[in-house]
Write a protein that binds this ligand. Structure first.
Ligand code: PAF
Length: 293
């Protein structure tokens, strides 16, 4: 595996690749990242990963400084997965001057859910992803893979790629879970053993909310989604969590549900357990299809 520390080294090394397959990461790689890399391998002629902890997507009180940096272990995993090129720039290489030009995502998509609780997060993500795409693909075609766990992120990146006419295919890969169902995340390592044992309650709450939506819809009852969402958050609170949101949205634009819809849905949640904020989601059928079951 070639480790490129500069944009010039990266571009030189990829000069003959017709279709790079790219997995951007912030490092501290786990089996979720490994799954993305395995799925990426057959999709291109050069498997490229990046490790860059992007300051722009952290709020001042967030964990930029303490975000786990495990470069040597990450390199060993990437080697084992057949990664051809790792782009691991220093901050001074990717942001040689303060990044005053930014990619501002549509506020309708980016100022809700994660964006409401982490203002500016998606501007930071879009700006670095646009820059990483420019470094890796250099205007040419390719494919980039993102995890479904960051549902809103993959959606916003899809919109960004479409609106800027980038010749990059975006592939979203299923969430990798621990045996108990907890979605893998670098931030899981912040959990104490007691919190780790409890952490699956977030995905259980999403499943439970989905089950209520299915049951009420299938039996023709009024859905009363706001009440179901409030009850789901109260239930998590009673278990010691501080939920930011648990909600059912349209998959394609994150908009809230209105009436019966035949647009596909997703149940999304974010909540803090102690000091650790976790997110998760699961896809749900359309209300119209649930009605006809
Ligand atoms: O999902 C992540 O790890 C980050 O948001 C990303 C896409 C690598 C951008 O920093």
């Amino acid at each position: 595996m070639f480790i490129a520390r500069t944009v010039a080294e990266l571009r030189q090394h990829l000069a003959h690749a017709d279709k790079p397959a790219f997995v951007p990461t912030m490092g501290n790689l786990h089996q979720g990242h490994a799954s993305l890399l395995r799925q990426a391998k057959p999709l291109g002629d050069a498997l490229v990963a990046s490790i860059f902890v992007n300051r722009l997507q952290f709020l001042p009180h967030e964990d930029f400084d303490s975000y786990p940096r495990t470069f040597d272990n990450d390199c060993a995993l990437l080697e084992a997965l057949g990664c051809d090129v790792l782009f691991a720039p220093l901050e001074a290489e990717l942001y040689p001057q303060p990044q005053t030009f930014k990619v501002l995502p549509d506020p309708v998509l980016a100022n809700i859910l994660e964006g409401e609780f982490r203002p500016g997060f998606f501007t930071g993500v879009c700006t670095v992803v646009m820059k990483l795409f420019s470094c890796v693909f250099n205007g040419s075609a390719g494919v980039a893979l993102f995890g479904q766990k960051d549902y809103q992120q993959q959606l916003i990146i899809r919109h960004m790629v479409r609106q800027f006419a980038l010749p990059i295919e975006i592939v979203t890969c299923p969430t990798t879970r621990a045996p108990d169902g907890l979605a893998l995340s670098s931030r899981n390592m912040y959990l104490s053993p007691a919190e780790r044992a409890q952490a699956v309650q977030l995905s259980a709450a999403l499943k439970n909310l989905a089950a209520h939506v299915r049951d009420r819809t299938a039996s023709g009852l009024d859905l009363n989604l706001p009440a179901l969402e409030i009850a789901a958050m109260d239930q998590l609170r009673s278990l010691g969590w501080q939920p930011d949101y648990l909600t059912v949205r349209h998959r394609l634009d994150m908009s809230p549900l209105s009436a019966v819809t035949d647009a596909p849905l997703v149940v999304l949640g974010a909540a803090k357990l102690g000091q650790t904020r976790l997110i998760d989601n699961l896809e749900l059928e359309t209300i119209a299809s649930l009605r006809s079951q």
